[in-house]
Design a protein around this ligand. Structure first.
Ligand code: MN
Length: 212
């Protein structure tokens, strides 16, 4: 069975950038529903129910065809939100990387840290309808160099299914921001940068990004 992870901080911790009520609805209702629907879809399939969620999403071909879409959507929802909670909890950009491995790779991949943030925000703003933006670690190149790319997906699709490793995730579904920001997705994205926990992103980057 898959289980809903507790938030690694209090529901009010991300105030005023992300409000307490949104955190309650988002975690206790939306994420909980993805977990429940995933378990329901896989009822009786003990081998699949005992898999790591990322392994399951990497091997959707093992899932019976009649439940594959359900598993992809709800399993993606579970994996994406689990990552999303983990990479928040930092404050006011105080922990933004200024040197070191992740900072250097962001600089090499995007031409600078501010440019990276601009491109990531633009991807979130440009994603039509519901979806996600990810910072994704690509397989290390033959020259031994790590590279990062920005990937945006529709619905609950995850780069994990493409064999890639997301290390930062931004939920741009309206349920992530509508209570506080209404239709102003750009304001939500600008506010969200304040609560990114870069120490966790750095950890994901270092260990390859997998979150059990
Ligand atoms: Mn969400």
């Amino acid at each position: 069975m898959f289980t809903l992870p507790s938030l690694p901080y209090d529901y009010s911790t991300l105030e005023p950038f992300i409000d307490t009520e949104t955190m309650h609805v988002h975690h206790d209702k939306h994420h909980a529903a993805y977990v429940k629907n995933l378990n329901d879809a896989l009822a009786g399939q003990d081998d699949l129910l005992s898999m790591d969620i990322n392994d399951l999403l990497r091997s959707l071909d093992k899932v019976p065809e009649e439940i594959r879409t359900k598993v992809k959507n709800n399993g993606g929802g579970h994996a994406n939100h689990s990552l999303f909670w983990t990479i928040m909890g930092g404050f006011n950009n105080l922990n933004e990387p200024k040197r070191g491995g992740l900072f250097e790779v962001i600089k090499n991949s995007f031409g600078g840290f501010p440019t990276f943030k601009e491109k990531f925000s633009a991807a979130g703003l440009g994603r039509f309808g519901s979806g996600w933006v990810f910072l994704v670690k690509s397989p290390t190149t033959s020259s031994g160099q790590d590279l990062l790319e920005i990937v945006d997906t529709a619905n609950q699709d995850t780069p994990v299914s493409e064999g890639k490793t997301p290390i930062l995730a931004l939920d741009v579904w309206e349920h992530a921001y509508y209570l506080k920001y209404k239709n102003m997705r750009a304001d939500y994205i600008n506010a969200w940068w304040n609560v990114v926990n870069w120490k966790e992103v750095e950890k994901m980057f270092t260990k390859g990004g997998e979150k059990k």
